[in-house]
Design a protein around this ligand. Structure first.
Ligand code: FEO
Length: 395
């Protein structure tokens, strides 16, 4: 993709990564982009760099607009290497450039890239005049790293929001008005669930801060720029940060010889018959990225596992480990499953669900070898009661 002027004298100069499918474990089914922005004024500023290996493209895009030697400031809104990986390559062209970062950002950049960079540390309230453009900085610690910050241009009502409001979405359109909104919102939701879900209270606080800013354009570090639909993403973030749930029950399981599968089906059918929205998701055909996206607006998660060598199935353990780190709130949990001669998986699943912040609902159900009529009756009853509870809770 070529550079593009997104506002007078402000350019997108990043890299669209059409091929990436695994972003540190996140399944990026539509690729991504590493956005960098160039502000051309009496002094020239580059907002963020790109992932290691994509610097040639960044420099080519910059050179289409100005001589890269003219860059006076490299603003590092976020230290993670997908946005800082090629700062050195820019500095090789513009060695006089000052790297602007938060205090934690400077520490992180020095650890990643030992060198003799000329830093300027900024904090909320600090600003830099480029000429006609004023850059204001807002620390947003832990959204999603300690170093994170926003850069805001008050005159242009434009926010460089680093990862916040981003999407892993490779597209030839640079703006929300140029892409399919359903796809865009789905990718924004997936991004939020996998990267930001565990930071709900910090997101709410940051959204309150953002309310004091006039914002017409939001330029994230991944995906497309929000213009016409900016209020839609801001409102979606508010709902996600509050863990607003639908009357949706997820039945997530794995199975060895169909016993846990049968329990999952019976529980799901009963919950569905009682009026809940139900999704049955087997772990060997659903990736973790899409599973936790489903968790974001679910009211309950029922997890089923057979016992394998006195433990949960590894697929179930992996899902629950991932879920635990994402610290969802306000959801109900259910655990069920089967075993052969020694149990353990169901109790372990229940413990993991509790550690992940879910409130356990009803009793765990486990059966030896095959679920008998009594076991299936319990699954049916639990499905019905769980549905009644989530419908009541989400009214
Ligand atoms: Fe896109 Fe947290 O890096």
């Amino acid at each position: 993709m070529n550079h593009i002027e997104i506002a007078p004298n402000i350019y997108w100069v990043g890299y669209v990564d059409w091929d990436v499918r695994n972003f540190h474990g996140y399944r990026t089914q539509r690729g991504t982009s590493y956005n960098a922005y160039l502000i051309v004024d009496e002094k020239v500023a580059l907002i963020d760099a790109v992932k290691p290996g994509k610097g040639r493209s960044l420099l080519e895009h910059i050179a289409e607009v100005i001589d890269p030697k003219k860059i006076a400031y490299i603003i590092s809104n976020h230290t993670e290497p997908d946005h800082s990986g090629e700062i050195q390559k820019v500095l090789d062209q513009a060695p006089q450039a000052v790297v602007v970062a938060s205090e934690k950002g400077k520490i992180g950049l020095q650890k990643y890239y030992p060198g003799n960079w000329n830093f300027q540390v900024v904090k909320t309230g600090d600003s830099i005049h480029l000429g006609k453009h004023l850059l204001q900085f807002i620390n947003t610690p832990m959204l999603h790293w300690p170093d994170s910050m926003f850069t805001y241009l008050p005159a242009q009502k434009l926010l460089f929001s680093m990862d916040a409001f981003g999407q892993h979405y490779a597209t030839s359109g640079r703006f929300d008005t140029q892409v399919d909104m359903d796809v865009l919102m789905a990718e924004a939701k997936t991004y939020y669930a996998n990267i930001i879900m565990h930071l709900g209270s910090i997101v709410s606080k940051t959204l309150k801060q953002a309310q004091s800013l006039e914002i017409e354009t939001i330029c994230p570090s991944h995906g497309v720029i929000w213009t016409e639909h900016r209020s839609r993403i801001l409102s979606a973030y508010q709902g996600w940060a509050e863990f607003r749930a639908r009357p949706k029950i997820l039945v997530i399981y794995d199975s060895m010889w169909h016993s846990t599968e049968q329990m999952a089906d019976v529980l799901a059918d009963a919950a569905c018959a009682a009026g809940a929205e139900v999704k049955v998701l087997k772990l060997d055909v659903n990736d973790l990225t899409s599973l936790v996206t489903e968790v974001l607006d679910a009211a309950a998660v029922a997890v089923g596992s057979p016992t394998l060598n006195s433990n949960m199935m590894p697929t179930v353990a992996a899902f629950l480990t991932y879920l635990k780190g994402l610290k969802s709130k306000g959801k109900l949990g259910v655990a069920f499953g089967s075993y052969g001669w020694s149990g353990g998986a169901v109790e372990q699943a229940a413990e993991c669900l509790q550690q992940a912040g879910l409130e356990m609902f009803g009793e765990t159900i486990s059966c030896q070898y095959r679920p008998d009529e009594e076991t299936l009756r319990k699954c049916r009853l639990l499905g019905t009661q769980l549905a009644e509870q989530v419908i009541k809770k989400t009214k």
